[in-house]
Write a protein that binds this ligand. Structure first.
Ligand code: KG4
Ligand code: ZN
Length: 353
């Protein structure tokens, strides 16, 4: 079988990322982030991000092509994130993809960002076959989905509001002023909480317990908005946490966050079992997203998964954050599946927006 070679372009958020893959081999992988800008404005400003994409995209492409040492005319297709994401940022990637398709007579492979996150594991681990259960947890998303094929997703649970576990942790960390601790100054909120929680005394994780009444509904949806606001309210009412109590506070928050995920995962697996939707030889749970790099959460969820006979697979953290490899890989899967969403060379339009 001839290997497929795909360029992936991802500009949905603040990273300008591109990769060229040849089946499961990365020929080149380039990513540019303006973290300094992001930090200064206290979050990603869409206008700043879009400007950054426009400034970076040609340089990223050039570097990617020269590192891969391939001719763009020799590709099998160009994959590009079509959404979801910030429209003015997506447009920068899409316009570039369309122009390249026209110049080099390539097929266009429009890719869904969330789905490409979920499929990444099949790039890094060829043993993961359909269907598999995927739990995405990051600064942008929280969802549980049964992946039955590259375009066949059964969404089982998602955030009931705009708050993700990563964003909630970052907000709590900000209120705790963890960035003012010199060793944590350049560490993200979730990781800072994890580091402090590790030094909590035994039982410290129960000192500031999970507020009651969160996510009692009989579904698999997540409510990190409520979790976050309960802890923020506690801080507003009781004032700042003393330095000596910080580890216990962080351990409690982390534990509550984990418990919320664990109970939702459990419910989800039970629903799937009820409907006999996952065969015994396909019991694989994929954890992905920045929050999955938290070892307390990962170990805890691995324990839950094992109880139900699921093995746990986690793609490497570098491919869990936004990147061009995941976009290219999903494009490759679309090619292999002969997806009707592929836009053939002769039909590539001038603009999609
Ligand atoms: O997937 P990701 O790198 O980026 C996107 O969301 O696109 O996720 C970033 C999020 C941040 O909110 C960060 O606080 C969180 O992941 N995070 C963690 C850890 N490392 C990163 N949360 C908990 N524990 C960690 N070790
Ligand atoms: Zn993402």
């Amino acid at each position: 079988r001839r290997y497929l070679r795909v360029l992936g372009i991802e500009t949905s958020c603040d990273d300008t990322a591109m990769a060229i893959i040849d089946d499961r081999r990365i020929l080149a992988h380039v990513r540019r982030t303006k973290l300094d800008v992001t930090n200064r404005v206290g979050g990603v400003s869409p206008y700043v991000a879009a400007e950054h994409h426009r400034e970076s995209i040609d340089g990223v492409l050039e570097e990617c092509v020269s590192r891969a040492n391939v001719r763009l005319a020799d590709l099998d297709g160009i994959a590009v994130t079509r959404g979801p994401g910030t429209v003015i940022c997506l447009k920068v990637g899409m316009d570039k993809a369309l122009a390249l398709c026209q110049t080099y007579r390539q097929r266009l492979l429009p890719v869904d960002h969330m789905r490409s996150h979920a499929l990444t594991v099949r790039f890094t681990d060829a043993s993961v076959q359909y269907p598999f259960l995927c739990f995405l947890m990051s600064g942008g998303h929280c969802l549980l989905t049964l992946v039955k094929g590259p375009e066949d997703f059964l969404l089982l649970g998602q955030s009931v509001n705009a708050t993700s576990p990563g964003e909630a942790a970052d907000k709590v960390a900000r209120h705790l002023r963890l960035a003012s601790i010199p060793e944590l100054a350049s560490t993200c909120g979730g990781r800072s909480i994890e580091i402090l929680a590790a030094s909590a005394p035994p039982g410290g994780h129960l000192k500031y317990p999970m507020p009651r009444g969160i996510a009692l509904q009989r579904n698999c949806d997540f409510d990190f908005g409520q979790l976050k606001s309960r802890y923020l309210t506690y801080l507003n009412v009781h004032g700042p946490v003393s330095e000596s109590a910080l580890p216990s506070f962080c351990a409690s928050y982390q534990h509550s966050s984990f418990k919320h995920m664990a109970t939702r995962l459990q419910r989800c697996i039970e629903i799937l079992d009820d409907k006999r939707m996952v065969p015994d030889d396909r019991r694989t749970l994929v954890l992905s997203g920045g929050v999955a790099s938290n070892s307390f959460i990962r170990k805890g969820l691995a324990f839950v998964a094992a109880k139900y006979g699921y093995r746990l697979v986690c793609p490497p953290p570098s491919l869990c954050t936004d990147n061009g490899v995941m976009t290219a890989w999903m494009g490759l899967e679309l090619l292999e599946a002969k997806s009707p969403t592929i836009i053939e060379r002769e039909n590539v339009p001038d603009s999609l927006y």
